[in-house]
Design a protein around this ligand. Structure first.
Ligand SMILES: *Cc1c(COP(=O)(O)O)cnc(C)c1O
Length: 393
């Protein structure tokens, strides 16, 4: 069966009423027949039928054995870190999501969990940095915002040989394009806020486990710490997932067209998109992903914050906002937005140049999107011309 068919039919018809849409069980508790005798639900933090449907769907899509739904992507990552103990180490991708960096550095460091960051696009770095203390290898692939790709299968082998778990943040690719558990990952996390929800209307997170045993440990943490996803938001994510394959296919198609356009624009310096042959890790991306997703980043020849600001303030269709993965196109300027807390030197070394712009390519017509970028890039040229004219006078 094709993934699209499987996805649509992984969403069950309500066995009680035949409702084709999953019912929203907006309840805090469940009446028991006798103490401890219930229909599988006792209290809605521990389990809720709507949330459970979402958890089953994502476990199936990621080909895992169990899943838990959380109030945000960060709450999902937090639950994974809680598998560890004081003295354990995490080996993480250096180009990590800023919120995960903050969680590791400012919350878990004080509980005695250390993190080593390496460029995981080269597995030699992983081999060099992994140690007996490493209990968790933590990847994102593709990364944000420079879309670095790491070899999940190779790193899973290294992690397992070392007795470590491998967790992959699969937010950018989504299970429509990449299934890390099939490549050897033990855990997959998602910010379902992005492609899974898909409509920029909620905050949600998911953890998928490759085994029932790991799934039970995450479920225990979910119940003990309490950052559960509400029934209504669970329903919204389910509704988003119904069209995941369709959306991601179109996001990828549009993004490739935008990336190809940018690659040929004289005002553009670098274009980061795993679907381009010029991308450093294009081969690995082509091997482990079925397509390349909707995120494109690029830098300007005029490599200044001012020039980037002109572009991000001049687009009409691309709205200036953090986040990604929704129907409407968004763009952001990482140097002054998502990555502003990182010292300039470190930020630039990580590839986040002053003029770097990240696009979340939406579902509008690709030609309209390209025209929108074109007129914004023209504004930079106009300003440059005015400035050089002024200096001549
Ligand atoms: C947004 C994001 C997160 C955090 O998710 P929230 O839902 O905002 O808490 C984690 N990882 C990646 C790659 C993200 O893009």
């Amino acid at each position: 069966m094709s993934n699209a068919t499987k996805l649509i039919h992984s969403i069950p018809v309500d066995p009680l009423t035949g409702s084709i849409s999953v019912p929203i069980y907006q309840t805090s508790t469940f009446v028991q027949e006798a103490p401890g005798e219930n229909k599988g639900y006792d209290y809605a933090r521990s389990n809720n039928p709507t949330r459970q449907v979402l958890e089953n769907i994502i476990a199936e899509l990621e080909e895992g054995q169990a899943a838990s739904a959380f109030a945000s992507g960060l709450a999902a990552i937090d639950a994974v870190v809680k598998l560890l103990e004081s003295g354990d180490e995490i080996l993480a991708v250096d180009d990590i999501y800023g919120g995960a960096f903050r969680l590791f550095t400012h919350i878990y460091a004080k509980f005695g969990i250390k993190v080593k960051y390496v460029d995981t696009t080269d597995i030699v770095n992983v081999l060099d940095a992994i140690s007996a203390k490493t209990k968790l290898v933590y990847l994102e692939t593709p990364t944000n915002p420079t879309l670095k790709i790491s070899d999940i299968e190779a790193i899973a082998k290294i992690a397992h040989h070392n007795g470590s778990l491998l967790c992959v943040d699969n937010t950018f690719a989504s299970p429509a394009l990449q299934q890390p558990i099939k490549l050897g990952a033990d855990l997959v996390v998602h910010s379902a806020t992005k492609y899974l929800g898909g409509h920029s209307d909620l905050i949600a997170g998911l953890v998928v486990s490759s085994t029932k045993e790991l799934g039970e440990r995450i479920k225990f943490i979910q119940n003990a710490s309490g950052a559960i996803l509400s029934p209504h938001d669970s329903w919204l994510v389910i509704r988003g997932i119904e069209t995941l394959h369709l959306r991601v296919k179109e996001h990828s198609r549009n993004a490739l067209l935008v990336a190809q356009y940018l690659e040929n624009h004289p005002g553009v310096d670098k274009v980061y998109y795993p679907g381009l042959k010029t991308h450093l890790n294009h081969d690995i991306a082509a091997r482990q992903q079925s397509d390349f997703g909707g995120i494109v980043s690029f830098t300007l020849k005029e490599d200044t914050t001012e020039a980037a600001k002109i572009v991000v303030c001049s687009t009409q269709l691309f709205k200036l906002a953090e986040s990604l993965g929704g129907v409407k196109s968004l763009l952001c300027h990482p140097a002054t937005m998502t990555h502003k807390s990182i010292p300039a030197e470190k930020r630039i070394a990580a590839g986040v140049a002053d003029s770097l712009i990240r696009l979340s390519v939406g579902l509008e017509d690709a030609n309209d999107l390209i025209q929108d970028i074109e007129q914004a890039l023209n504004k930079v040229e106009e300003l440059k011309n005015k400035a050089s004219l002024a200096s001549v006078k």
